[in-house]
Design a protein around this ligand. Structure first.
Ligand code: SAH
Length: 579
């Protein structure tokens, strides 16, 4: 961010007078009489534009110039009296928030900041940390980090776990230059400058102790082990132990004092700590006393959700301590369903996931439907049949530290990308020790929901969904499933009803249904549901092939009780006798 090159645009004499006052704040500022031409000439990255006029004029003037938040300059609007300095565009990267704050301070007015993740004032840095589940190690350093941010416009963040970073936070791989370090290590790099440490809560301390051990003995043992291993006590989220110790007073007091949760396991659970049972140190004495061969290591490992045992058992006086680290996700992949058509059928949560992502990966046609959401982001668009490439790209982008959204139409888990992404990651993690990627599947309205809603209520009773695409499934298997579904009187939803290579699939599906259902059985044909070229047809098994059915179409074939009424298709729920 650099708003070194600034101009102030005015219209009225009062505006000019105010502009001249700003010269005292920014001696190099250009004072320019407003015209849309003049604005256009000055516009560009790394600039700062200040307007003294109605916001509406500014909005109309810059509307055509705005591109994307990485290159747009900061824009601030002032009223003629200098009472309000409105940060209008590029609040973070473009520096408009900072500009507005400086100007308001100088003029004795108020800055109007609307960015949600505004980080120029301190409360939001700690709010952000809180939202990300991070503990602030030294509150005294918060103001320092705030000053860094104001002076440099960015805060350099080194993170060993996945966090969502606001615009003004820049990720760095070098802890030596970071302003903020997000790590469970006590010290990650002996930096010369002050650094603010934020602690992810991702450590589990496995504790074993003799009865009657005091809270302070347990605490000092735990702290000593963590200290020696360069681990932060503040990252401890859970104390894990054996069930008989659940009420051990010293342990309970220690946990309560620091608000750490206690998690316990039965001896049977501890003895079956799969994954580490081979190398866990087993003690016969412990077994005799408790029924478990090992407490601290096994409990820590289990409570970490099959994470990594990073500190083997240490015995200090009456206490044994082991430490496990929960699986660390350094970055995140959302697999997002964008629904059948335009933006209004994408869930708000899915929109949020896309907005939060740095990179969007998807199939061209789906991406075209959501361009409003992907502006200014890295967009990787691939062809329809390149699913695996698409997922691989997504995983690579995520491993490079980006938040990635893999988007697919409808629901991502229905003939789409969710399974592929998970399988790819599974393969990677079996072969290597890659840091786990955090994957979240974000559901969407599938073609069957969209299609059914347009037709009325055809899916009110049991239904089967079959894709007629034999690209990845042998046709014999598809026929077998159609046959079974038809025989069992399921309502049948057909996806991918017609492919270029095999136009006769749909005819074959119809024949199979006609073996069990009469030609009058209602059939709904919905093309491009919720899109501009939507077409809804209520037909029947007899005449369905007379209608246009293509790859944008979903076909719903009724069961033996499905009927039509006023161009609706209705499958009764089976309660007819109760009405
Ligand atoms: N994941 C998608 C399905 C992908 S398979 C979903 O959950 O909807 C592609 C098939 O879905 C298409 O051949 C078509 O049968 C169906 N389809 C997808 N979008 C559709 C729409 N808007 N209208 C009708 N059918 C659609």
């Amino acid at each position: 961010m650099n708003t070194g090159n600034k101009a102030v645009f005015y219209i009225t004499d009062n505006g000019l007078a105010l502009a001249e006052r700003l010269k005292n704040l920014y001696p190099d500022i250009d004072i320019i009489k407003y015209s849309s031409r003049a604005v256009q000439d000055f516009w560009g990255p790394d600039k700062g534009l200040i307007f003294i006029m109605a916001a509406g004029i500014v909005v109309r003037t810059i509307a055509l110039l705005v591109e994307d938040k990485r290159v747009d300059p900061g824009v601030v609007v002032l009223d003629e009296k200098g009472q309000f300095a409105v940060s209008l565009l590029s609040g973070h990267l473009g520096g408009a928030n900072r500009l507005a704050i400086e100007i308001a301070e100088f003029l004795g007015g108020r800055a109007v900041i609307t960015t949600a993740s505004d980080v120029n004032n301190m409360p939001s840095l700690d709010l952000w940390a809180q939202e990300q589940g991070l503990a602030v190690e030294d509150w005294g350093l918060l103001p320092f980090a705030g000053t860094q941010l104001l002076n440099n416009g960015v805060l350099k963040v080194y993170a060993e776990t996945f966090v969502n970073l606001p615009d003004a936070f820049l990720k760095t791989e070098d802890p030596g230059i970071a302003d903020v370090c997000i790590t469970n290590k006590k010290v990650v790099f002996p930096a010369l400058n002050k650094q603010l440490y934020l602690r992810p809560k991702n450590l589990v301390a496995g504790i074993g102790c003799n009865s009657g051990t005091t809270a302070s003995e347990i605490e000092s043992a735990a702290r000593r082990v963590l200290d020696e291993q360069n681990l932060s006590f503040q990252s401890v989220r859970v104390l894990a132990t054996i069930d008989v110790k659940a009420g051990e007073p010293g342990l309970v007091d220690f946990a309560a004092k620091h608000r750490i949760k206690i998690v316990t396991f039965t001896p049977q659970e501890l003895n079956k700590a799969h994954g580490i049972d081979k190398f866990i140190e087993k003690s016969d004495a412990v077994f005799k006393a408790t029924g478990a061969y090992a407490v601290a290591e096994a409990a820590a490992f289990l409570a970490s959700g099959a994470g990594t045992l990073i500190v083997r058992k240490q015995k200090i006086g009456n206490v044994t301590v082991a430490v496990a680290e929960e699986r660390i996700a350094r970055s995140k992949i959302y697999v997002v369903g964008t629904g059948p058509g335009g933006i209004e059928h994408i869930t708000p949560y899915a929109q949020k996931a896309i907005r939060e992502s740095d990179a969007i990966v998807g199939y061209g046609t789906y991406l075209d439907l959501i361009t409003e959401l992907t502006k200014g982001k890295e967009v990787v668009s691939t062809g329809m049949t390149q699913e695996i490439d698409r997922c691989r790209t997504a995983v690579e982008l995520a491993l490079s530290g980006k938040t990635v959204a893999v988007v697919s139409g409808g629901d991502p888990g229905i003939y789409a990308m969710a399974g592929l992404v998970l399988e790819l990651i599974k393969d990677r993690n079996e072969l290597s020790l890659d840091p786990a990627l955090y994957v979240e599947i974000v559901p969407g309205i599938s073609a069957l929901n969209a299609g059914a809603s347009r037709l009325g209520a055809p899916l009110m009773h049991d239904f089967a969904v079959v894709s007629l695409s034999d690209r990845l499934t042998p046709w014999e298997l598809i026929e077998k499933r159609l046959e079974a579904a038809a025989m069992a009187d399921f309502v049948i939803v057909l996806y991918n009803p017609k492919s270029k290579g095999r136009p006769d699939h749909i005819a074959r599906a119809r024949e199979i249904c006609l073996k069990y259902r009469c030609p009058e059985t209602p059939v709904g044909i919905v093309k491009a549901a919720m899109r501009e070229n939507e077409k809804v047809i209520v037909a029947n098994l007899g005449d369905m092939l007379d209608h246009d059915i293509d790859m944008q179409t979903t076909v719903i074939i009724g069961n033996s009780t499905t009927f039509t009424w006023n161009n609706y298709i209705i499958t009764p729920r089976g309660y007819a006798s109760k009405r």
